[in-house]
Design a protein around this ligand. Sequence first.
Ligand SMILES: NC(=O)c1ccc[n+]([C@@H]2O[C@H](COP(=O)([O-])OP(=O)(O)OC[C@H]3O[C@@H](n4cnc5c(N)ncnc54)[C@H](OP(=O)(O)O)[C@@H]3O)[C@@H](O)[C@H]2O)c1
Length: 364
Amino acid sequence: MNSSRQINIAVIGAGGVGKCFLSQLSQLARRRPEPKLVLVYICTSKKAFYSAEYASIPLDTAISSLPSSSQTPLPLFGLAEYLSATSSKTVLIDNTSSQEVAEAYPLFLSRGISIATPNKKAFSGSYKLWQDIFSASAESGARVYHESSVGAGLPVISTLKDLVDTGDEVTKIEGVFSGTMSFLFNSFAPTSGSGGQWSAEVKKAKDLGYTEPDPRDDLNGLDVARKLTILARLAGLEIESPSSFPVQSLIPRELESVASGDEFLEKLPEFDSQMGETKAEAEKEGKVVRFVGSIDVATKQVKVGLEKFDRSHPIAALKGSDNIISFYTKRYGSNPLIIQGAGAGGEVTAMGVTSDLIKVLSQL
Ligand SMILES: NC(=O)c1ccc[n+]([C@@H]2O[C@H](COP(=O)([O-])OP(=O)(O)OC[C@H]3O[C@@H](n4cnc5c(N)ncnc54)[C@H](OP(=O)(O)O)[C@@H]3O)[C@@H](O)[C@H]2O)c1
């Protein structure tokens, strides 16, 4: 099965993004027959497909057949052994949000296995893990790309890398980095009118599927803090972890420890006045409130939380659940380079992963 024109692909995770990725991989393999892309391993947390001969797993039916497979996933060390025991180059696609898989990236990379992933965990965990990943990549020559870990398929990471690599000086990065927070604030404090009560907007966002099953997982700000950690590190700041800078949680202290998301939603109306006052304060100044992240590169200040914006500001004028990311740099002067669009969704996120894979392929 081995040949220099064959690239083996291993996929961990077959949920919302994984399914779209497999479909895009199937189209890519048809459009670009060289090098031959061979799916040799696929797994979820319970089921797997692979063979000792690295036989090609059919791309179109891999996911639908997984539930009936009798194979279970290889332990990560065993997977690294399996994937590196062939002369073909291999790319691992991590479509999970698993910390355990993320922590194994240095192992895979040191075995010459390249990685493309939308998983934020590896790049926003400890600074040591970040260093281990990039030094393993530099030593072995295996590549690692993670475009969709910030802003899904929006070209946020590649743009920042290009700015830095071409010698521009990034002074500030600011934006709305969460589709959930974008949707919530665009309906709670629209530029055109008064908007609804905070608790009603949170419930609506949950009912429409914009929030995690427990909305507190969005409202604690950690997801945005992880994205800021990644961008700040790429801009050259040694951020130790997503908890090493101020992150404003929108969970009332009294509701932090209630047992379930449902109980949280039931009690949230009791705290509507807190967010209502914040909105009214902004309105008095002719502004609207938004949940943003910012990185001031010169002063090394990273923060996540509520800010007031003029109604005409691009951040205030955002629509739906879109993300917006502004790069202020020496070359762009006072008019930032702005990237805006859908920052979530299976297809656009998988697009970022597939384009990462194409970048890896061009370098193998
Ligand atoms: N969805 C989006 O819009 C979006 C946007 C940007 C970034 N992302 C990132 O993309 C990644 C995937 O998101 P998703 O929405 O596709 O999640 P998902 O629907 O929850 O799917 C996750 C998949 O990973 C599998 N998995 C989890 N832990 C695993 C493990 N330790 N070993 C093997 N398989 C494991 C799950 O298997 P089981 O079903 O068996 O548990 C499932 O197939 C996440 O890192 C997410 O943050 C997603």
